[in-house]
Design a binder for this molecule. Structure first.
Ligand SMILES: [Zn+2]
Length: 247
């Protein structure tokens, strides 16, 4: 079962690559079929096999030799691992569905934010609908928690945005509000502080390695994605650990 879910994750990850690369620039996700960005040849079915095609084509296009970005197999592999991890943690229970929706959203945003520094409204809107449907089936306390999570995250993000005048993108505010809705108040706070920590560490590392210049914007989406996954999988453990300091 885990293997099956892993393979399904690979296929979804491959699809998320297409969505994350095409939606931000207004292209259809159905047409045209996937092609090489340099020689524009249509990829054959074996070339579409997630991860494996990347390995046996030695990381390049078979016709023109263009190096394929490692971001494609990375998304495919990480989606597959996260789908399998969600199954291992939640089993085939209701929260598994929520985890799959969240992982899908984060994989797509990871791609679009790294490549274009955009978190597309279309993607956020689509996933808001999915989370809303999921919300309808929640128990009353959880329903309320989702609404409070969304409200608090929106207000807090607006304050942060006003305080640092444009240092935070509109896409980040919308994404955080949606995550507050999906993860509830506790999950939102964990995601918020973890992403700030991870983003700071990431920014400093980037500067040390000479990849990021001072005051140069860099995509914050991947840090939010990583933080919310930690909140999803280890939220309760981390919250207990944190509270243990106050006893
Ligand atoms: Zn090519």
């Amino acid at each position: 079962m885990t293997l099956l879910i892993f393979i399904i994750g690979l296929i979804f990850g491959s699809f998320f690559n297409v969505v994350g690369l095409r939606i931000p620039i207004g292209k259809s996700i159905m047409f045209p079929r996937s092609s090489c960005p340099k020689c524009h040849c249509i990829l054959s079915p074996p070339e579409l096999i997630p991860v494996l095609s990347y390995v046996w084509q030695k990381r390049s296009c078979r016709r023109c030799g263009l190096l394929i970005s490692p971001i494609y197999p990375f998304t495919e592999l990480s989606t597959a691992c996260l789908f399998a991890a969600a199954y291992a943690v939640f089993g085939l229970q209701f929260p598994f569905l929520k985890a799959l929706i969240l992982i899908s959203l984060l994989s797509i945003i990871f791609i679009s934010d790294v490549v274009y520094m955009i978190i597309p409204n279309k993607i956020l809107l689509f996933f808001t609908c999915l989370f809303f449907i999921e919300w309808l089936f929640l128990s009353m306390p959880l329903k309320l928690d989702a609404l409070i999570g969304a409200a608090v995250s929106f207000i807090l993000m607006m304050i942060v945005a006003a305080a640092c005048r444009g240092g935070i993108g509109g896409g980040d505010i919308k994404l955080f509000t949606l995550l507050g809705f999906a993860l509830g108040l506790k999950g939102f706070f964990l995601t918020f502080f973890l992403s700030l920590w991870l983003g700071t560490i990431g920014g400093l590392l980037g500067m040390l390695l000479g990849k990021v210049k001072r005051r140069q914007p860099f995509p914050f989406g991947p840090f939010i994605a990583f933080a919310s996954l930690l909140a999803l999988f280890y939220g309760d453990v981390m919250f207990k650990f944190y509270l243990s300091f106050f006893r």
